[in-house]
Write a protein that binds this ligand. Structure first.
Ligand code: RB5
Length: 141
């Protein structure tokens, strides 16, 4: 699976850990930035990750900002994007199984590293359940 990963400065440190962790899991990562703790605008990074997913260049994406809120708001403005802001693994699992989320949003200033990596692992390893859940997604797509 190819995963686009991006953050603003508020999510930079967690994003770097996630990229290394995804490599350890054997996932193919496309890093879109940011590249330092210098201040940047989260909508720009959300656009890069969402474009990679919408065009099929990547299968899914992960976005990190300070709270995860800005990234989730920005990502969900794109029609094909179903972005899930998660603070624990159960929600991440359900966002895949029931909502077929294709972008995971995390708050680098909200959750600790262990929980964040647990969320990431759960999210990338959980499949969409389809069936009645697809019918529900079809209602707004
Ligand atoms: C940046 O200071 C911060 O506003 C951003 O990372 C994010 O939390 C916005 O939702």
């Amino acid at each position: 699976m190819k995963i686009a990963v991006g953050s603003d400065h508020g999510g930079f440190e967690l994003k770097e850990l996630i990229i290394r962790f995804l490599g350890e899991l054997g996932q193919d990562v496309e890093s879109v930035g940011c590249h330092s703790l210098d201040s940047v605008d989260y909508p720009d990074l959300a656009e890069k990750v969402c474009t990679a997913v919408r065009t099929g260049a990547c299968d899914c994406g992960i976005l990190v900002c300070g709270t995860g809120i800005g990234m989730s708001i920005a990502a969900n403005r794109y029609k094909e994007i179903r972005a899930a802001l998660c603070h624990e693994a159960f929600t991440a699992k359900m966002s895949r199984e029931h909502n077929n989320s294709n972008v995971l949003c995390l708050g680098g200033r909200v959750i600790g590293t262990e929980i964040a990596l647990d969320i990431v692992k759960t999210w990338v390893e959980t499949e969409f359940a389809g069936g009645r859940h697809q019918r529900r997604l079809d209602m707004f797509s």
